[in-house]
Design a protein around this ligand. Structure first.
Ligand code: HEC
Ligand code: HEC
Length: 361
């Protein structure tokens, strides 16, 4: 009887043992199911956790952190200093007015300007996109940092006032602004402020134009016309005259040639400047990292547009040292034997090579 009882007790104990073990296994399984996905999803956290506790895992963490750097580090271009950060209210108002003048120049200073009537109806922003802040959209990133500077076109040191008035007299085919007037002061304040985050003497990344390779032939106005009709005419119009906004105060689509366009002393009249601008910014909406035109189309368009008629500017004082003329300056005399036609439309590489061989001698 006793034996029988102890046997029963033994088998009961064994059963309890088995159940205990089963419970432990289930608990482990449940824990595993919960923790495993955590390890998978929060791998880096777990690694850094271990890193804190185990110096040997340093290498592993290092690998992870460089990996994330690589994927996030794309080229960084200049971006304008934020006007909202200006605390001096007077300066903020002046800078804001300057920006307004860059964006809507014609409204204040065009043929129907509310302040003065001194320019052709174009806005600075037509060529200096996004109020002069767009990457490779002819932006003002390096103006505050690099001016005053020597410019070979005038043969003089130029300050910001002189450079701004150059564009008034050439790109806007108009008259110079009074340097001390409210408008010029505001434009200068704006350009200076947005470039205030660039170190003095340094060039902002993505400022001005992006380089474009020369063609190994002369640019072809006939090809350019075909591209113009297909890709530009819908906005800039069949005769390049553009269209005004409904109020007639400024252009919805600015003119590319004709009496209301930039004159032949303007920067855009140089083939390379036009081709670089258009390649990285047109048709409207295009950016330097998402272009639509081939290099050939950009050069041929430049040749077509810049062989149409436009206002002429007498510039007898330009390029006092003719050897400093850019290869694509379209007016002689030159310090070389290449004809005016080749300086206007190319091919430019032979001229570059000749100039290099001369400077070596
Ligand atoms: C038709 C196009 C066009 C318009 C409109 C225009 N510009 Fe320009 N601007 C240019 C081009 C092109 C250059 C560069 C020329 C070069 O480097 O040869 C330039 C250069 C400049 C520069 C010097 C930039 C630098 O980094 O050196 C300043 C400043 C400037 N423009 C201000 C203005 C202002 C202010 C207005 C409006 C009053 C204006 N521009 C209107 C085409 C234009
Ligand atoms: C969808 C309309 C549209 C198309 C298409 C277009 N543009 Fe423009 N273009 C504009 C606008 C708008 C501006 C002025 C941008 C601003 O003020 O912000 C401009 C500015 C310009 C300028 C500088 C200002 C001037 O008038 O000189 C040039 C040069 C230019 N475009 C050339 C071209 C060429 C070449 C093509 C064809 C490849 C083209 N555009 C296609 C809308 C267009």
């Amino acid at each position: 009887m006793n034996d029988n009882n102890t046997d029963k007790k033994k088998s009961q104990d064994r059963l309890l043992d088995i159940m205990n073990n089963l419970l432990r296994i289930i608990a482990l399984l449940v824990a595993g199911i919960i923790i495993l996905p955590l390890i998978v999803f929060y791998k880096e956290d777990v690694y850094t956790f271990f890193k804190k506790n185990d110096k040997n895992s340093d290498n592993l963490s290092l690998q992870i952190s460089t990996e994330t750097k690589q994927t996030t580090s794309t080229e960084t271009f200049w971006s304008a200093a934020n006007i909202e950060n200006i605390t001096d209210e007077k300066l903020k108002a002046e800078v804001t007015y300057g920006k307004e003048l860059i964006m809507h120049t014609a409204k204040y200073l065009g043929p129907k300007g509310s302040v003065l009537k001194i320019s052709n109806g174009m806005n600075c922003q037509n060529c200096h996109l996004d109020a002069g802040t767009k990457t490779f959209g002819n932006n003002y990133g390096s103006v505050a940092s690099l001016y005053p500077k020597f410019r070979a076109r005038s043969g003089k040191e130029e300050n910001i006032y002189k450079r701004v008035n150059d564009c008034f007299e050439r790109s806007l085919n108009g008259k110079a602004l009074d340097t001390l007037g409210k408008e010029m002061q505001a434009i200068k304040a704006y350009i200076t402020y947005i470039g205030s985050n660039v170190k003095k003497g340094e060039k902002a990344k993505g400022a001005g134009f992006k380089d474009l390779a020369f063609l190994n032939r002369a640019a072809n106005p006939g090809n350019g016309k075909t591209v113009y009709v297909a890709k530009c005419q819908s906005c800039h119009q069949p005769n390049g005259e553009g269209t005004l906004n409904p109020e007639g105060t400024e252009y919805a689509f600015p003119p590319l040639w004709g009496k209301n366009s930039y004159n032949d002393g303007a920067g855009l009249y140089r083939l390379s400047n036009f081709a670089k601008y258009v390649k990285n910014n047109m048709p409207l909406g295009v950016t330097h990292d998402n272009t639509q035109l081939t290099d050939e189309e950009a050069w041929d368009l430049a040749a077509f547009v810049n062989t149409q008629s436009r206002p002429h500017k007498n510039t007898p004082k330009d390029w006092p040292d003719i050897a400093k003329k850019p290869v694509d300056h379209p007016f002689g005399p030159y310090a070389d034997k290449f004809p005016e036609q080749q300086h206007k439309l190319g091919p430019f590489q032979p001229i570059v090579d000749f100039q290099k061989s001369m400077s070596k001698k």
